[in-house]
Design a protein around this ligand. Sequence first.
Ligand SMILES: [Zn+2]
Length: 254
Amino acid sequence: MATDKNAAEKEYTVEEKLSTLYQLQTMMTEIDKIKTLRGELPLEVQDLEDEIAGLETRLYNYQADIKDYEGAVVEQKNKITDSTALIERYKSQLDNVRNNREFDNLSKEIEFQGLEMEFSEKKIREFTEAIARKNEEIAQLTEILDGRKADLVQKRGELEEIVSETKQEEEKLREKAKKLESMVESRLLTAFKRIRKGARNGLAVVYIQRDACGGCFNKIPPQKQMDIKLRKKIIVCEYCGRIMIDPELAGVEE
Ligand SMILES: [Zn+2]
C-alpha cells in the first residue's frame, strides 16, 4: 500500500495536535506583540508631523500679520507726508488771504491736518508695538517648533530601527507559524482561528489553572479535568469555547 507523506492527512495524535496549536498560538502572540510595538510609533510620528504642520501654519500667519502691519505703517507714513505737504501749502496760502473767512478756513484745514498727523503717529506706534509682540511670539513658536522637529527626527529614527529589526523577527515567526499550520487539519485550524479572533486576549488554547479554565476562569469539573489530562479528545470550555489543555502540555508547572 502506497503512503503519501505529503498529504495533510498524516495522522497526528490529539496530543500532538494540541501541542502544535499551543505552539502556533505562542507564535501568533509574538507577532501580535511586534505589531503592537510598531503600532504606537507610527502614530506618534504622525502626531508630531501634524503638530509641526500646525505650528508652521501659525508661524506663517504671524509673519503675514507682520507684513500687514508693516504695510499699514507705510500707509500712515505716506499720510503724514501728504499732511505735511498740505500744511506747508496752506501756510504759504495764509500769506495771501483776502478775507477773514479764507483765513479761518485755512487755519481749520491746518489744524485738521495736524490732528490727522497725530492720529497717524498714534497708529504707527500701535502697529510697531504689535509687530514687536508678534516677533516675540514668533521667537517662542520657533523654539517650540525646533524642539518638535528634533523629536520627530528621533521618533522617525526609532521607528525605522524597529521596523528593520522586527521585520526579520516577524518573518521568522511567520515562517514557523506557517509550518505549524500545515500540521493542523484545516477544520481544526479554522476553528482555532475563529476562537482566537473572538477571544479578548487572543488565546484560543488555554491550560487549566487552579481547577478552572485559563481563559474565562470558570471551574472545570474533576471528570473533565481528567479527560483533558488524558489528551485523547479535543475538549473545549463550555463557557467560553476555548480549547483546554493541561498545564504540562503547555510547558507550565502547576
Ligand atoms: Zn473558559
